[in-house]
Design a protein around this ligand. Structure first.
Ligand code: 3EB
Length: 342
């Protein structure tokens, strides 16, 4: 784990108790207007990029292969404000701001400039509103593997993102945990969680830091950290980036979904068991699997049943950013408060 940078705004004071409680939505709950104390809600429906009437409502633009629920609602224990401002749908409480930005397929043909435009807007908006620390970003990019070599849309995305995030002083230490998944709709959706305070970046000892990947993977190495620790006073959250069968910088087990799943689980284990972190005692909270090919689900089921016996797992169909990767898993771990207060 790396050291936390100093926060010049003075907000590197201890984090308060976590002011957000996510819970699975009851049947039909997401069809009704959200209650005032909802910071945001995520609904799993459909393939297409769509705005919702309430800026707090996030529509995941991927087809669900298996979900335990219709979606989830994050309740806030402090007052919620929300609105729309240009490209930005936002909501916030005292500690966190959730933003979503969307571009339609026609506006993403120039993927590099489209990504730059969204990230510039995202960063400007969260900074002006006093939430300058990006903790987590989800990026859904249409036709992510289209284009050959350096023209591939994911690689252009990395260039556009870096033009914004890479422009910040000491940017490697400010990169959020992230997921980038391809979708059928040609557009681009970026959803981010920004905080008033610095989170702690966590890298993975068995994976090269992505921002150091060699040139072979594209003209600009990907700007994300493997995980972000939000050290709430009543129990930290570890927000883990999309994790795949990557060892060092290389794809392991190309063409073998079961072996990729085993490697991915080993990578997650290496992340939370690394020296300095292990004593925190991480408990798996909930996870999401993105699968390139629906047909791989059946052979993976026995392994998934074992790995995720008592842990909620959502499964979506989505393309992974490297063509030889068949799946990717993200998730959240919690640290029980008794261990935090050691
Ligand atoms: C990898 O480890 C797999 O570009 O933000 C996973 C999560 C991956 C996030 C990103 C890429 C990103 O390189 C790919």
């Amino acid at each position: 784990m790396t050291a936390t940078p100093r926060d010049q705004s003075g907000l590197d004071s201890p984090w308060p108790a976590c002011p957000v409680q996510p819970r699975v939505a009851a049947d039909g709950e997401l069809a009704r207007p959200l209650p005032p104390d909802a910071l945001c809600a995520i609904v799993y429906r459909g393939d297409a990029v769509s705005a919702s009437a309430d800026p707090r409502l996030i529509v995941a633009p991927l087809p669900a292969l298996r979900t335990s629920c219709e979606g989830e609602i994050w309740f806030s224990s402090t007052p919620v404000r929300s609105g729309r401002d240009g490209l930005v749908d936002w909501s916030c409480n005292d500690e966190l701001m959730i933003v979503q930005l969307r571009l339609s397929a026609a506006d993403v043909e120039d993927t590099e400039n489209a990504t730059q435009r969204l990230y510039a807007e995202l960063l400007r908006f969260t900074q002006v509103r006093g939430f300058p620390h990006l903790l987590r970003a989800w990026n859904y990019l249409g036709r992510i593997n289209e284009g050959e070599g350096d023209r591939e849309r994911y690689r252009r995305f990395c260039v556009g993102r870096h033009r914004v995030l890479g422009g910040q002083p000491g940017y490697e230490r400010r990169l959020p945990a992230a997921t980038v998944i391809g979708m059928v709709d040609g557009g681009l959706v970026v959803i981010a969680v920004a905080a008033r305070r610095f989170g702690q970046q966590v890298e993975n000892p068995v994976q090269m830091s992505a921002w150091r990947y060699p040139r072979a993977y594209g003209p600009q190495s990907p700007g994300f950290t493997r995980a972000m620790l939000a050290p709430w006073a009543d129990g930290a959250h570890l927000l883990v980036s999309g994790t795949a069968s990557v060892v060092g910088h290389a794809t392991a087990h190309a063409g073998d979904a079961q072996a990729q799943l085993r490697q991915t689980m080993a990578n997650l284990e290496a992340l939370i068991k690394q020296p300095g972190l292990a004593r925190r005692g991480f408990l798996p909270e909930h996870f999401t699997l993105y699968l390139r090919d629906r047909a791989d689900l059946t052979p993976l089921e026995p392994l998934l049943a074992r790995y995720f016996a008592n842990v909620p797992l959502q499964i979506f169909r989505g393309d992974i950013c490297r063509r030889d990767l068949l799946l990717e898993i993200e998730g959240i771990y919690r640290v029980p408060p008794a261990i935090v207060a050691r």
